[in-house]
Design a protein around this ligand. Structure first.
Ligand code: BES
Ligand code: ZN
Length: 458
């Protein structure tokens, strides 16, 4: 293996240069104007797979953005087959004015690369391609059979990949799945995530009078959509952080005593979290520690709100419309479809008179727990431990990756969530970045992972 690691180290600069190319493509999946750029990004990924020697690279069209798929099964039937999953799409970049440098003009500062998608997920996908390239160049072949599935719709809930996985279960059959799209518990502390939350994301539209009104001439006689929306939002949670939607907690799997002990032993610091985000107090559901609330308890948050006059100065107006986007993070065994239905019923039931309220389900993801005792996890623990020279942590994360549950239920394959990001690298927010040490160490860990998976005693 040393020859592979040597090759990786020699190729560090050129790997970063190539990563910058990928990061300069604005593949914002939710933006209808970016469709061509998203496709250009798929093409870039496909070309890259070809250039690192993957046979049979395909760009597969869907009703939305394309899937990039490639496989190399030449390691043979005696070797395990790994499905690598990642995404090349990224989140929107607004507010643009808060970026130090433009989001698609990647720049390296302080050994970190700044760009939208740097950590989520282009940098983390690319480090696997770097690892596979080095393995093939050093040894002439790969130690495992590999299938690569890299999609362009993860950030919008994988609406087309989910049916694709179900339809092509045979093609995707594998012994395990590996994903690098999560965070490490802390710098220098490699982590395997064994639980991801799910998501239900909805939009509430409140419509009152047929036009904006003078608030003096009409205020007091006509319901104000913003006031109505505010009362709806306020009724979603109580002052202890409990969600008031009937039946919301019915299917929540409680943490076991052992899990609570394990999470407590991670050494999470509320003080560090407060200073990281610069707040005087933390807030969340009473009765749970913040590390429990972050990974293993459901939440409800308003993600955006719109209505009325928001320009400089004052305008006395009673607006016609108001809108809010609300998301709920879910935990096993909640289901996104069930929670969305309960949310819609509840919002309708608390809507005040005098306005029309419509609720639209935008997208979602089911939560997942992955097994912690599989050959792939053992290979990852060994690979991460050796690479970082530190014990590997097992954590649960608050984010969602929609298709991971399907790898379990449809492919019947255990997933390893082996991430190299850090939670304060500003994923989904301005100045997203990825630590280049973790990029390079991630590639080394991936080399070790694929190698140990093929030969656990190597
Ligand atoms: N990489 C994240 C998921 C993630 C974030 C895992 C933080 C662990 C920690 C992923 O790309 C993501 O952001 N997913 C979306 C999915 C949603 C749009 C269905 C999310 O969690 O908001
Ligand atoms: Zn991601």
């Amino acid at each position: 293996m040393q020859n592979v690691l040597d090759l990786l180290r020699q190729g560090r600069n050129s790997a970063v240069d190539t990563l910058l190319e990928l990061l300069s493509i604005p593949s914002v999946s939710t933006d209808p104007d970016a469709t061509d750029d998203v496709r250009r990004c798929a093409q870039w990924v496909a070309d890259r797979l070809t250039s690192i020697g993957m046979p049979q690279v395909r760009i597969i069209d869907t009703a939305g953005h394309p899937i990039v798929y490639a496989e190399d099964l030449s390691a043979g039937p005696d070797r395990p087959t790994v499905l690598f999953y990642g995404h090349y799409d990224v989140q929107p970049v607004d507010p643009l004015n808060l970026w130090t440098t433009p989001p698609f003009s990647p720049e390296i500062r302080n050994n970190k690369v700044y760009a939208r998608g740097a950590t989520d997920d282009k940098g983390q996908v690319f480090l696997h391609l770097v690892a596979l390239d080095a393995l093939r160049r050093a040894n002439g072949s790969l130690p495992v059979n590999i299938k690569l599935l890299i999609e362009g719709e993860e950030e919008i809930g994988s609406p087309n990949l989910a049916p694709f996985v179900s339809k092509h279960a045979d093609m995707l059959a594998c012994d395990c799945v590996v994903v690098s799209d999560t965070s490490m518990f802390a710098p220098g502390q490699p982590s395997i995530v064994y639980g991801l939350r799910g998501l239900a994301y909805l939009q509430i539209d409140v419509t009152g009078p047929n036009r904006d009104l003078h608030s003096g001439s009409y205020g007091g006689a006509v319901q104000n959509p913003i006031n109505a929306l505010a009362s709806i939002i306020a009724s979603l949670k109580d002052e202890h952080g409990r969600i008031r939607i009937p039946g919301f907690y019915d299917d929540v799997l409680e943490l076991t005593v052992e899990e609570r002990d394990d999470l407590a032993a991670l050494g999470h610091s509320d003080e560090r979290l407060k200073s990281d985000v610069d707040v005087a107090d933390l807030f969340g559901e009473a009765g749970y520690t913040s590390i429990e609330r972050l990974g293993a308890r459901p939440t409800l948050d308003c993600n955006g709100i719109l209505g009325g006059f928001t320009g400089e100065g004052a305008k006395t107006v009673l607006p016609s419309k108001a809108m809010a986007k609300v998301s709920m993070r879910l935990v096993p065994h909640q289901r996104t479809a069930d929670i969305s239905a309960k949310f819609i019923d509840y919002v309708k039931s608390v809507a005040p008179p005098g306005v029309t309220v419509t609720v639209t389900d935008l997208h979602g993801a089911d939560p997942v727990l992955v097994p912690r005792d599989t050959p792939a996890i053992h290979a990852a623990v060994k690979a991460l431990g050796e690479t970082y020279n530190a014990a590997c942590r097992f954590t649960r994360e608050g984010g969602s990756i929609p298709v991971v549950l399907l790898f379990d239920t449809v492919l019947n394959a255990p997933t390893v969530l082996m991430g190299f990001g850090l939670n304060n690298e500003n994923a989904h927010s301005p100045d997203e970045h990825f630590d280049l040490d973790n990029f390079h160490l991630g590639a080394e860990a991936a080399v070790r992972f694929y190698t140990y998976l093929a030969a656990p005693t190597a």
